[in-house]
Design a protein around this ligand. Structure first.
Ligand code: NDP
Length: 451
């Protein structure tokens, strides 16, 4: 086929929309990647003729299953579970498990698609996958959560394995849930193996896995600021979310001399003009994780802060912003407001928190803007290191792992520069990350022929 005969971007996207009806998040994620990849592929005949992007945008498989469990009152409850195995060209499928009522096949397909590029960017041999359920852990007892996790794993175990597919945590799935799922896997298979990451330190987990996503996002942000000869000292930061990623991002900002002004949850955001220091972050961690509380209660503990119900924090003036809660939480108008208020850099801790309009606003303003697949890759990177430690049957020291995490984030930053440097001091990190991630997966796929 001559290069001029290739389908163009709108035709390609029409096909994606047609094949994936009612899956807006998945279509959005493919669109964001395709915009850059089509330009990159213009003169690369083999990627076209081998339909590489079309193949990456068609998951290897999507497994959907029923998850039955009994609540504490003896009622039978039925949820839907999924595992999306998107692409294993460069290693076993790898990606988290999300328990949240908003989980759909579209959400998990977008996450597995993004994960494919993110994992390639880490430089570690990991393919892309994602899983989860529309189960809502909020308000459930620990025993209900345990029974749900066990039932979920009773089906999932046949689709995963240390060299097949290695899930981890995500929204609603932390160390406790990983423990319940690992326990059930081990019980069913009689096999103690590194089949999940994010495990407890006593049973195969890795140091700094819990901190890695948030810390990594801030290391990436520091790398971006360094291209302008700046650092985080004295910078004000607006952060959304108050879970694993948000609290650890806040912690690293504080360690590097910045001042964190906000945190949030699905109820609204808190604004603390004095700054959310380490002591306050520790309070939030205990409150949200162990007491399962709401961020709203922060203002009772720290009365100088204010709580704004039902809103995201993007209207608070800041130097840097880190969306760390969920997808599509930062819209075009939010992006415009951040820029109008002087925000210089945005590093995504969450996956696809900025909608397409917002992405275009950041790109047009030419600010430092890192997409999640680059800036939040620290978590999966340390998961990859957990897999290596499990294979070696050893545990590496914290200092070694901290250094590896920093090196991996710098490596991802370099890859973004390699393909995203637009000249005149502007780096398009979205383009850089998309192309660097795509190229690695695509070249592996070419080697395998038509499979
Ligand atoms: P947690 O469950 O620990 O925390 C999620 C936070 O986001 C909570 O504060 C939650 O508030 C808020 N949130 C969730 N859904 C919504 C919503 N629909 N609207 C507003 N707020 C919401 O999850 P993580 O911190 O692990 O994950 C956060 C993001 O980071 C996700 O996008 C995840 O995919 C991404 N990520 C996570 C990694 C990890 O290692 N954990 C790795 C890479 C990316 P509430 O308590 O009210 O629900």
């Amino acid at each position: 086929m001559a290069v001029s005969d290739h389908v163009d971007l709108p035709t390609f996207m029409e096909g994606v929309k047609k094949r994936n009806p009612y899956q807006p998040e998945f279509v959005q994620a493919v669109q964001e990647v395709a915009e850059d990849i089509f330009e990159f592929m213009q003169d690369k005949e083999e990627y076209h003729s081998q339909q590489i992007l079309r193949r990456i945008a068609e998951p290897d498989r999507v497994v959907s299953f029923r998850v039955c469990w009994e609540d504490d009152n003896g009622n039978v409850r039925v949820q839907r579970g999924w595992r999306v195995q998107n692409n294993n060209a460069i290693g076993p499928y790898k990606g988290g498990i999300r328990f949240h009522p908003s989980v759909t096949e579209s959400v998990l397909k977008f996450l597995a698609f993004e994960q494919t590029f993110k994992n390639a960017l880490t430089g570690l041999p990991m393919g892309g996958g994602k899983g989860g359920s529309n189960f809502n852990p909020k308000g459930k007892s620990v025993r209900e959560i345990m029974r749900f996790c066990q039932s979920f794993m009773t089906e999932l175990y046949r689709h995963i394995g240390a060299d097949i597919d290695v899930p981890a945590g995500d929204i609603g799935v932390g160390g406790r849930e990983i423990g319940f799922m690992f326990g059930q896997y081990k019980r069913i298979t009689n096999n103690f193996t590194g089949v999940l990451t994010g495990k407890g330190l006593e049973w195969g987990g890795s140091l700094i896995r819990t901190e890695a996503t948030g810390y990594g996002a801030v290391y990436f942000l520091a790398n971006m600021l360094a291209t302008k000869s700046e650092d985080l000292t004295g910078k004000t930061a607006v952060i959304s979310g108050s879970g694993n990623v948000a609290t650890h991002a806040a912690e690293k900002i504080v360690q590097l001399g910045g001042k964190v002004l906000t945190l949030s949850d699905s109820g609204g955001y808190i604004h603390d003009p004095d700054g959310i220091d380490q002591e306050k972050i520790d309070w939030v961690k205990t409150h949200k994780t162990h007491r399962r509380g709401r961020i709203e209660e922060y203002v009772t503990a720290f009365p100088k802060a204010t709580f704004v119900a039902g809103k995201t924090p993007w209207g608070v003036p800041c130097d840097v912003a880190l969306p760390c809660a969920t997808q599509n939480e930062l819209l075009g108008d939010d992006a415009r407001m951040l820029i109008a208020n002087g925000c210089k850099a945005v590093a995504e801790g969450a996956n696809m928190p900025t909608d397409l309009d917002g992405v275009h606003v950041f790109k047009a303003a030419k600010i430092l803007y890192a997409p999640g697949k680059a800036s939040n890759a620290g978590g999966v990177a340390v998961s990859g290191l957990e897999m290596s430690q499990n294979s070696e049957r050893r545990s590496w020291k914290e200092e070694e792992l901290q250094q590896m995490l920093k090196d991996i984030m710098s490596g991802i930053h370099k890859s973004c520069l390699a393909y995203g440097d637009q000249g005149g001091g502007y780096i398009d990190y979205v383009k850089g990350a998309n192309i660097a991630g795509f190229k690695k997966v695509a070249d592996a796929m070419l080697a395998f022929g038509v499979v």
